[in-house]
Design a protein around this ligand. Structure first.
Ligand code: BES
Ligand code: MN
Ligand code: ZN
Length: 516
């Protein structure tokens, strides 16, 4: 099939900044060096009216800050205009008892955004936090790098100032630990920003085959074995779900398999502490197919329907650098979902990888169709657990909003591991039930199962469909339809694709323990 027969534009997703390592200089020292353009200093809310605890370098006292509307709460910043460089910024750190690592990440994000006009910035706040130095270095770096992310690939003139250098202050005895934490933070933020780039890229600029090329490129530089399955290979594998969703498209589908195996310093494989399988929904664009979506803003965000696959791919790029000791196998199920004369019709029946026949009652419930084949393939490897991540249902968005994703699972141990990682990374996740008595809604008159249930509990119904394909392997399903995107800047999430789940999956892989 000719590539992009209907497109006049070349693919622009070639090498974006976040694919290139180390574009931001990170430095930790006992004080900030000359040349730092903007300096953030911690200011707490008033506890004692008489105590003058505002850093003198700000040149303002408590009353002046207050008149400018700055009280020291988390998220608040005040840029102090001055004739000469550097520019000082008051950074609210909130009440002492609330100063967790997650709050420090927020504080750093607020500062980095307030210092948005400056390329070289320095933050002196970690001594106000009772957070261990490695974690402090990590979350400050994450907060700043995530907050300063912008998708600029298609702008002829980008109006923002990219971050070039981030300087941190730490006590002499904490410098080494802070710096190693900062390095971790950089790997985590770089990965999440890759996921954002992938999701922000318009659909014609990042097709399923393009994503295969990206996976081959990043796999080669991040120690992953990558195999890309084209349409003929998928026919041979019998992935009728992925092929059925792809049937209406002029673009070929791709299944991308990535394997990470722990190795020692010499590059020799070492015995893994567990085997985790990850599955990502990679709908490059979801028009709904024959069950066409209305042309509303929700539809217009459907270039991000591959955010699950993007998060998995991005997470995989971090494992070698962070020394993950489990082996991880990933399956990305990639195609767009288009209406056309060749599209799958309502009432059609598809045969999946494990032989299950599925009646398609709604072509817009396509995510579960592509995921099911991957779950079969993942289960065939008999991993210790399977975790899938998908922009699967509007119901998850309706239930939990844009901040919190849903998790369903067939075994509490792996669900709990996902919830623990969610806490560690501040990517909120909430468990919803896998209510087995609803399964009969998926019964079909003509096939083994249908892809549509009733009107209620949409994310549970979708999860029940998926549960049929994992057998008895411990499995957790993350529905990120709500969290894939934010409409406005908010802490470390700039407007647009969030990269949600990338850091969570990295944390999960790093801390993974087999339940059995
Ligand atoms: N990709 C959508 C889900 C989605 C909705 C993601 C909003 C992000 C924001 C998914 O493929 C879909 O269309 N789901 C349908 C399923 C229904 C037809 C059973 C839905 O949720 O409406
Ligand atoms: Mn859909
Ligand atoms: Zn979809």
């Amino acid at each position: 099939m000719p590539s992009r027969p209907h497109k006049l534009i070349p693919p622009t997703f070639s090498r974006t900044p976040s694919l290139d390592a180390e574009t931001v200089e990170l430095a930790v020292a006992i004080e900030l060096p000359e040349g730092v353009e903007a300096i953030g200093l911690a200011v707490a809310p008033v506890v004692d009216e008489d105590a003058d605890d505002v850093p003198s370098a700000l040149g303002l006292d408590r009353a002046a800050l207050k008149r400018a509307g700055f009280t020291g709460e988390v998220g608040q910043t005040l840029v102090i205009p001055a004739q000469d460089a550097p520019t000082y910024i008051a950074v609210g750190v909130g009440a002492p008892e609330k100063r967790t690592a997650a709050v420090l990440r927020d504080v750093s994000a607020a500062f980095a955004r307030a210092a948005g006009a400056f390329a070289s910035i320095g933050l002196d706040v970690s001594r106000s936090f009772d957070v261990d130095p490695a974690s402090a270095g990590q979350v400050i770096t994450e907060g700043a790098l995530l907050a300063r992310y912008r998708y600029t690939e298609l702008k002829r003139e980008a109006k923002h100032t990219p971050l070039a250098a981030l300087h941190l202050v730490a006590g002499a005895e904490d410098i080494a630990a802070t710096a190693s934490g900062a390095h971790r933070g950089e790997v985590l933020a770089r990965s999440a920003n890759l996921a954002r780039d992938l999701a922000n890229t318009p659909p014609s600029h990042l097709t399923a085959s393009d994503l295969g090329d990206v996976a081959l490129a990043v796999g080669a530089t991040h120690g992953l074995a990558v195999e890309v399955f084209d349409k003929d290979a998928l026919i041979a594998l019998g992935t009728g779900g992925l092929l059925g969703v792809n049937a209406g498209s002029v673009e070929e589908p791709r299944m991308i398999q990535l394997r990470y195996t722990p190795k020692d310093d010499s590059g020799a494989p070492i015995e893994a502490t567990g085997h985790l399988a990850l599955v990502g929904k990679g709908i490059m664009y979801d028009s709904g197919g024959i069950s066409l979506k209305p042309s509303d803003p929700m539809h217009a965000s459907m270039k991000m329907d591959m955010a699950g696959a993007g998060a998995v791919l991005a997470a995989m790029t971090a494992l070698q650098e962070l020394g993950c000791t489990s082996s991880v196998t990933a399956f990305l199920m990639c195609t767009d979902n288009m209406p056309s004369g060749s599209a799958t019709m309502l009432g059609d029946v598809l045969t999946f990888r494990n032989g299950t026949t599925v009646e398609v009652k709604n072509t817009d419930a396509e995510g579960r169709l592509v995921l099911a084949d991957a779950l079969c393939l993942a289960a065939e490897e008999e991993p210790d657990a399977i975790v899938d991540i998908a922009t699967l249902t509007g119901a998850a968005l309706m239930a939990l909003g844009t901040k919190t994703a849903a998790v369903h699972g067939n075994e509490q141990g792996i669900v709990d591991q996902a919830l623990a990682s969610s806490k560690a990374t501040d990517e909120p996740l909430w468990q919803l039930p896998l209510e087995r008595s609803y399964r009969k809604q998926l019964d079909s008159d003509v096939a083994d199962i249908s892809n549509m249930g009733g009107r209620f509990a949409g994310s549970t119904i979708a999860a029940l469909f998926l549960a049929d394909f994992v057998g008895d392997i411990p499995w957790a399903h993350l529905d990120i339809a709500g969290t894939m995107l934010v409409d406005a800047d908010e802490s470390w999430r700039p407007k647009g694709a969030t990269g949600y789940g990338t850091r969570l999956l990295i944390d999960l892989a790093e801390n993974f323990t087999a339940a059995r």
